[in-house]
Structures are given as C-alpha cells and as structure tokens.
Design a protein around this ligand. Structure first.
Ligand code: ARG
Length: 264
C-alpha cells in the first residue's frame, strides 16, 4: 500500500496553506522577536509560518529555530533583500495563518497535496519526503500491509493535520488513528504503549528513533511526497519571487548543500 503522490503532483507550481497559533514569533538571526501584527512584508520583513517540532527541517536548538527549511528560507529572504522572521505554531494552523495574512508564507516540510492546492498556492518543490512507519523493535508489525490485514486492530499515532494523519484516517478509519500535536508526542505515546506505530516523514522519523531507545523504522514506506512553500492563494507576486529564488538556489548548489548538511 504505497501512495505515490509525487507522481500526481509533479507539476512545477502548486499552492499551500498556513496558520496562526500560539508560540512567540522568533527572529532567527538577530535573536530579537516581533509579533506578526507588528510586521508585514511591506516593511521588508518576510514572515514564515512553521511548526518547529520536525527535525531536521525545523526544530529548536535552545531558543532558536534551526534546520533545513529555516536555512533555505534565510537564503530566499536574502535574495529578496528582506529580513526573515520565523513564527512557530501548530502545523494545522499554518495554512490559516498564510491565508489570513498573519504570515507571508508557510514552510514546514509541507507536502503538496491536491486538497491543500485548493487552499493555498505552492512553490516549486525544494525537497522530497517519504511517509515512514515507526514501530517498537519487537513489534509484530513488519510492513505497511500488516496494518491493513483483515482483522488488524493496530492503532496508529500521527501528528494532527499531516499527510500521515490524512492517509491513515482515509485508509484505516479514524477509530484506529490517534492524533498528537507533534511527532515527539506521538512517539512518546508509542513508547508508552498507547499506539502500535507512528506514521511520520522519514527524516523526522530517523531523528525520533535516534532520540528514543527500542524503536525502528520499517523498510516499507507508506507514501512518497514533494515538499514546497505555500503562500496565500493568488499571491503570485511573492510566489514568483520565491520560485525564482529557489531556482537560483538549486542551480548554484545552495539547497543541495543545506540538505546534505542535515541529511547524512
Ligand atoms: N509532510 C507532512 C505534511 O505536509 C508533515 C509535515 C509536518 N511538518 C512540521 N513542521 N511539523 O503533512
């Protein structure tokens, strides 16, 4: 049972979503903070909505939010001559934040999906992801198909509003899916025995397995995906600039260097 989203979504340009939420906005470079309402893209500030519990794409190092997405966003902002401000919020608030204008763009290892394309506009893709399955080392679940076997009752932990959540709910029904506010909490529930596996993107899965003893990632993946930046639907002015910046950062090797720095 492997979904191949990237094939369907190979189109160069798509859209996405954003949100508003809790968490103090963090300015990554100077260490100062400003609230979303104080700044706007017109003031030379580019506000990025993210959910910073998704290592290596975005995560806390002390008070700072760092990671692949933050570094790529910094490089884009630099090309645009703007200052990046990173705002941490719930993942499922990002699209709302972008559409309400409290953030200029969303970047959160966000997968381009047909449903999200209805709500936001997506940039060209800058990275790929794979939905992976984390299980305890001694789990009877050995492959994705075990989840679908007749009579199977395995419970799946996911991060609320992510593609892992969406696919698992579609495929297994909401009774078998438990939603957590972030991947760390889903994995804590797995360690504690309240779910039988966690479905989450492959790189965060690796970081979570490294940080928690007794877990492993199954060989069979659940879905292949493309990550992209989302802007408010119709904001082609910003989207064109972001796409041009990404194209340049791909061409000169910057994005590859950033990916290779975090993904060994
Ligand atoms: N790729 C998945 C999705 O788009 C998960 C992204 C979660 N990202 C995060 N920063 N928490 O639904």
């Amino acid at each position: 049972m492997k979904r191949i989203l990237s094939a369907i979504l190979g189109a160069a340009m798509l859209l996405c979503f954003a949100s508003c939420g809790e968490g103090e906005p963090t300015e990554t470079e100077s260490g100062t903070s400003s609230s979303a309402s104080e700044v706007s893209s017109e003031s030379g500030v580019l506000r990025m909505a993210t959910n910073a519990y998704f290592q290596p794409y975005e995560y806390y190092e002390g008070e700072d939010i760092v990671g692949i997405d933050v570094e790529i966003a910094e490089a884009i902002a630099k090309k645009l001559g703007m200052e990046l401000v990173v705002e941490d919020m719930e993942f499922d608030s990002i699209i709302t934040a972008v559409n309400e204008g409290s953030a200029d763009f969303g970047m959160a290892g966000m997968t381009v999906t047909p449903e999200r394309v209805e709500d936001v506009d997506f940039s060209v893709s800058y990275a790929n992801g794979v939905q992976s399955i984390i299980v305890p080392e001694n789990s009877p679940i050995t492959c994705a198909d075990d989840l679908f076997a007749e009579g199977a009752t395995y419970k799946v932990g996911v991060q609320l509003g992510t593609t892992g959540d969406i696919y698992a709910t579609e495929d297994l029904g909401s009774d078998r899916v438990v939603q957590y506010s972030n991947g760390n909490n889903a994995v804590l529930a797995l360690v504690g025995g309240s779910v039988d596996c966690v479905i989450i993107d492959n790189e965060p899965a690796k970081a979570l397995v490294e940080a928690n003893e007794g877990l492993k990632i199954l060989e069979t993946a659940y879905a292949d995906e493309d990550y992209a930046i989302c802007v408010k639907k119709g904001n082609s002015e910003l989207l064109d600039k972001i796409n041009a910046a990404i194209d340049e950062l791909v061409a000169d090797g910057t994005i590859d260097n950033i990916l290779n720095k975090y993904i060994k």
